[in-house]
Design a binder for this molecule. Structure first.
Ligand code: NAI
Ligand code: MG
Length: 357
């Protein structure tokens, strides 16, 4: 087995944590008997923007489309390029043009992490957030009229298509089917948003009918956020529209530890296009260049990438090594975890802790 991975470190701490992700990835490949061929790209960064006036080269699509996956660090350096330009000029283009319509984030409290939810155990906090990543509330249909007058009016439409809603629900139900609890929750707000959300509910109910083995329920988004904090043990797979999913997919990982740990995946389930794996955090200009960023979010993203590529055991081995290091008091951690280790030291410790099959 051999996989071709496009590596895009991006900006700030992206450049510091990506090498640690690759270190662990290469070690895992050796132990599990597959090969990873990587090619690194300097676009999708502020430096590239300074040199070219664009975030990406014109042929980025052809350049990346043949890879099995994209391993991404973080993009953004507000001093050089405004955030909306860097994000819309790179990451959001990948998501849209590679039809990565699922944003997947595990909410999993690892052993050795102090959860902001007091007294919660890893057994109680272990679920996924599945966010619709291409339509819904984030449409560009709308506009302003009567600008500058007291009748100024702004409108932005939500777009839900049957294909768009069904495909993300399908992904979530399939994920729930593979899990032990076989429980799916969908986020809604059909008591307040009276056209699009009842449609979302209707499609979810129809889909639930096709999966009798899955226990499916719905929560309105307001009480759902409260329950993420108060009763995280209620959830297994949570699926949501673009906006609600955006909120849940930050809230969930935040409940499960520091921002430096959480991974995410932007997935094209049909595999027509490469999927993209990246930590939840950004480029962290406030700590960049000091070698103290936590590499775990990037390393865990490598585990999600292997899982997507079909190397499930190798992916689990990475998560196990991370957890093992987190609980081991004799191993120094990065400052965000209360230690004094460098990015490289923590990455190396995890790579060395990997267990062969
Ligand atoms: P951020 O996630 O970069 O940083 C937030 C806070 O968390 C900072 O105090 C930072 O030091 C800390 N932090 C983040 N990752 C860490 C790690 N691995 N280890 C230790 N501490 C860590 O978010 P912020 O400050 O809002 O954005 C900074 C830049 O990153 C902006 O340009 C933003 O647009 C971009 N960004 C990019 C993302 C992406 O590439 N997917 C996602 C989020 C932000
Ligand atoms: Mg977000």
């Amino acid at each position: 087995r051999s996989y071709r991975i496009a590596v895009i470190p991006g900006d700030g701490i992206g450049v510091e944590v990506v090498p640690e992700g690759l270190r662990v990835l290469r070690r895992t490949a050796e132990l599990y008997g597959f090969t990873v061929e990587t090619e690194q790209f300097d676009f999708a960064s502020a430096a590239y923007y300074q040199a070219h006036g664009e975030m990406l080269p014109p042929d980025w699509h052809e350049t990346l489309v043949g890879f099995d996956a994209i391993f991404f660090g973080a993009v953004g350096w507000p001093e050089v390029v405004p955030d909306h330009v860097s994000l819309w000029g790179s990451l959001l283009k990948f998501r849209r043009e590679f039809d990565q319509y699922v944003n997947l984030r595990p909410v999993r409290l690892l052993h050795g992490v102090v959860s902001p939810l007091r007294d919660r155990t890893p057994e109680e906090v272990d679920f996924y957030v599945v966010r619709e990543n291409t339509e819904g509330e984030y449409s560009s249909i709308g506009g302003r009229i009567f600008e500058g007058t007291d009748r100024e009016t702004v409108l932005q439409e939500t777009v839900m298509t049957r294909i768009g809603v069904d495909r993300v629900l399908r992904y979530a139900f399939e994920l729930a089917r593979q899990r032990e609890k076989k429980h799916l929750t969908w986020a809604t707000k059909s008591n307040g948003i009276s056209i699009s959300m009842p449609y979302w509910d209707e499609r979810a109910e129809t889909m639930a009918g096709q999966y009798p083995e899955i226990r499916a329920d719905k929560y309105h988004i307001d009480i759902l956020t409260a329950n993420f904090v108060l009763h995280p043990d209620l959830f297994d797979v949570v699926v949501a529209s673009n906006l609600f999913g955006d909120i849940l997919s930050d809230l969930g990982p935040a409940c499960a530890g520091t921002i430096g740990i959480a991974p995410s995946a932007n997935i094209n389930p049909e595999r027509t296009f490469p999927s993209l794996f990246e930590p939840v955090h950004g480029s962290a200009p406030d700590i960049a260049g000091r070698g103290i960023a936590n590499p775990i979010g990037q390393i865990w993203s490598a585990a999600m990438m292997l899982d997507h590529l079909g190397e499930h055991a190798a992916g689990e081995a990475i998560v196990a090594a991370i957890e093992d290091i987190l609980v081991d008091g004799s191993v120094a951690k990065t400052p965000d975890l209360g230690g004094s280790a460098t990015t490289g030291q923590l990455g190396t410790a995890i790579a060395e802790r990997l267990q062969a099959p």
